[in-house]
Design a protein around this ligand. Structure first.
Ligand code: 0WD
Length: 257
């Protein structure tokens, strides 16, 4: 059965209790995993305070700052992991960013700086973190990232993030192909729309949720915990034959054309 006891899991992307990463953290913890989390550092320390408040009930082994734009912070994060644990088993990549300009208006108006920053944070970070995780996953491992159907089809206002997610999904496949011989599996979860800090930046997110409630076979969108359950499955031996895949956790919306 689903058992993550003795597995060490590093989870990125918790901003608050609505974050998908928090749903994943709770379900990995419930399955017995040891938990380490990263937070995005800011000058006033507000994110750190919030993340500590949210995760402390689970008694995490590690809470470390990591802005994925920083090579130093990524290296320091994995050095902290290596110091705390003899191995890493699970890496959850659950973060993304695009300036408002990338999520509204005309797609062709997106500036180079806004484009590159979004791809740096939302797409390249998976590859960079996988590189840092690889030597620590000495017993094999599971890497899971979060994506959205807007990386496959045009979804109104998703704009720049659609490009970032298309690149992310292809990164899953190339990373899976490289890391399979190290017994490291790499998969993505394509979640239905959920109200979070990040999704509130996407214009018309509530309309999208209502559309999914009308169209999806299950007639509803999904919860952070449902995404967390799929992540727990992808991190467990129950999914030992699965790598390089994007699994839709979206109430079935994707099949509706
Ligand atoms: O409907 C949704 N909410 C969906 C989200 C549907 C399908 C996929 N996703 C994806 C997102 O694109 C993202 O990859 O799920 C992932 C998590 O998103 P979320 O849970 O919706 O958003 P949120 O709770 O805001 O967490 C994302 C966090 C950031 O929060 P804010 O809102 O402050 O940007 O990503 C982190 C940060 O904590 N983050 C960073 N972490 C490290 N370095 C950075 C960075 N540079 N930038 C953002």
């Amino acid at each position: 059965m689903l058992d993550l006891k003795k597995k060490n899991a590093l989870i990125t992307g918790i901003a608050n209790e609505r974050s998908i990463a928090w749903g994943i953290t709770q379900q990995l913890h419930k399955a017995g995993a040891n938990i380490g989390v990263t937070y995005l550092p800011d000058e006033k320390g507000r994110f750190e305070k919030k993340v500590r408040e949210v995760v402390e009930p689970l008694n995490p082994s590690l809470i470390v700052p990591c802005d994925v734009q920083s090579e130093e912070q990524i290296d320091a994060t994995f050095a902290a992991v290596a110091e705390k644990w003899d191995k890493l088993d699970i890496l959850i990549h659950c973060l993304a960013f695009a300036d408002k300009e990338g999520l509204t208006g005309d797609f062709s108006d997106i500036s180079r700086d806004v484009f590159l920053k979004s791809l740096n944070i939302s797409t390249y970070s998976l590859t960079r973190m996988a590189k840092a995780a690889k030597p620590l996953m000495s017993d094999g491992g599971s890497i899971v990232t979060l994506t959205y159907i807007g990386g496959v089809r045009v979804i109104p206002n998703y704009n720049l993030m659609g490009i970032a997610k298309a690149g992310l999904e292809m990164s899953v496949r190339y990373l899976a192909s490289e890391l399979g011989s190290h017994k490291i599996r790499v998969n993505g979860i394509s979640a239905g729309p959920i109200r979070t800090l990040a999704s509130s930046a996407v214009g018309g997110i509530l309309d999208m949720i209502h559309h999914v409630e009308e169209v999806a076979p299950l007639k509803r969108t999904v919860t952070q915990i449902e995404v967390g359950n799929t992540a727990a499955f992808l991190c467990s031996d129950l999914s030992s034959g699965i790598t390089g895949q994007i699994i839709y956790v979206d109430g079935g919306y994707e099949v509706m054309g």
